[in-house]
Design a binder for this molecule. Structure first.
Ligand code: FES
Length: 161
């Protein structure tokens, strides 16, 4: 089988072995394996799709389908930090539109774009399962809840520093 140019670090290879041990089929490990690769590379490139398909013995079209279906997979290079503003109804009713507008203004970009210095990518997300503390956004792996204009300003200032 042709080898793909992407490879995991030794530490992540060990993690992959663990992941594979947790699932009944290789196909079931597709999403966790893609997360593992994205953690290393920042986004899921064609090389990663080929790598995952090869290791899990899946058609590349299947892996590609998974990547395009889940918005948490980046299909292009992204900024150092990623900001996801939840825009589903409970957050929308509590002002996520204002949160997004504030982010766009302060970062000088629209949702879906990355700042020119490569520091921040701004995205919208569907419900992130934290509706009780709406409006909320996710910054990298952290949730920021019960957002106010002040909180958003502080978070973004920190990211831009
Ligand atoms: S609607 Fe925003 S977290 Fe559920």
């Amino acid at each position: 089988m042709a080898s793909s140019p992407f490879s995991l670090t030794q530490e992540r290879e060990q993690k992959l072995t663990e992941i594979l041990g947790h699932y009944p089929t290789k196909m079931a490990a597709c999403i966790p394996m893609l997360h593992l690769c994205q953690d290393q590379n920042g986004w899921v490139s064609e090389e990663i799709i080929a790598f995952v398909a090869e290791r899990l013995e899946l058609p590349t079209a299947h892996v590609k389908g998974v990547v395009t279906f889940y918005t948490l997979f980046n299909q292009a290079p992204v900024g150092k930090h990623q900001v996801w503003v939840c825009r589903t109804l409970p957050c929308a009713l509590r002002g996520s539109g204002d949160v997004l507008a504030q982010c766009e203004k302060k970062l000088g970009i629209h949702a879906g774009e990355t700042t020119a210095d490569g520091k921040v990518t701004l995205r919208t997300a569907e419900c992130l399962a934290s509706c009780g503390t709406a409006p909320m956004m996710q910054v990298d792996k952290e949730y920021h809840e019960d957002l106010t204009a002040e909180k958003v300003d502080q978070i973004l200032t920190r990211l831009q520093a």
